[in-house]
Design a protein around this ligand. Structure first.
Ligand code: MG
Ligand code: ZN
Length: 222
């Protein structure tokens, strides 16, 4: 019984996600679902990306947080449209939350919409919100066991950004193990190793994002 219920909820979510995807593609908006554990650096990645590419691409952001507006305020300082969803306890965003908030964004003035999901390595990967691509951010400080412990997010993402690589010399972690395990779960996964703090490695990510936006309507078929 319980399994059936969960399946029903996911089926309903997928229908609303399809409607979101149509709405966004009609407005020629390329959308990303950015997922990670809390503290991996999603907002910093986003700030830096908007700072670097903001002259070429018009960004819009949906901030998902259990409560508060801290990250939305950080992003809003870049002068891009931002809306905040407070899930009031829910540990992921779903398609309906996105559907309800999309009318508040000037979609005609947005090329790339980034949905910053609630910090959580588990259920955000289960809920399609209507995005063109899922991108996962993993901080090296989380350890090298995460791909095998939380496989779904690695399997569902098109790109994995490994952040805080400037800290590798201070940690007992293996970048090689993360790469090997993540690609074992998802052979098509693109992996970027970056430091959002120093800027190291960010150019490759910017290049991927621009190229992926160009092929946007492929809906994850890459
Ligand atoms: Mg954040
Ligand atoms: Zn959840």
């Amino acid at each position: 019984m319980k399994v059936k219920l969960v399946k029903k909820i996911l089926a309903a979510n997928d229908r609303i996600a399809e409607a979101n995807r149509r709405l966004l593609s009609d407005a020629e908006v390329f959308s990303l679902n950015l997922m990670s554990a809390p503290g991996a650096g999603k907002t910093t990645l986003l700030s830096r990306t908007i700072g670097a590419l903001g002259g070429k691409l018009r960004f819009g952001v949906i901030e998902g947080d259990i409560q508060g507006t801290h990250d939305a305020e950080v992003i809003s300082a870049h002068g891009v449209p931002v809306v905040q969803i407070n899930t009031e306890g829910a540990c992921h965003l779903d398609a309906n939350m996105i559907n309800e908030i999309l009318p508040q964004l000037p979609l005609e003035e947005i090329d790339v919409l980034v949905v910053e999901n609630v910090g959580n390595l588990v259920c955000p990967a289960e809920f399609d919100v209507g995005e063109d691509a899922k991108v996962m951010l993993l901080s090296i400080t989380e350890g090298d066991d995460k791909p095998l412990k939380y496989p779904l997010m690695f399997q569902k993402s098109e790109a994995l950004i490994i952040n805080k690589i400037d800290l590798v010399p201070h940690l007992d972690v293996s970048l090689e193990k993360i790469r090997r395990d993540a690609q074992g779960l998802n052979p098509k996964l693109r992996i970027f190793e970056v430091s959002c703090k120093s800027g190291e490695g960010m150019e490759a990510w910017y290049g991927w994002l621009q190229g992926r936006k160009e092929s946007g309507s492929l809906h994850g078929a890459l």
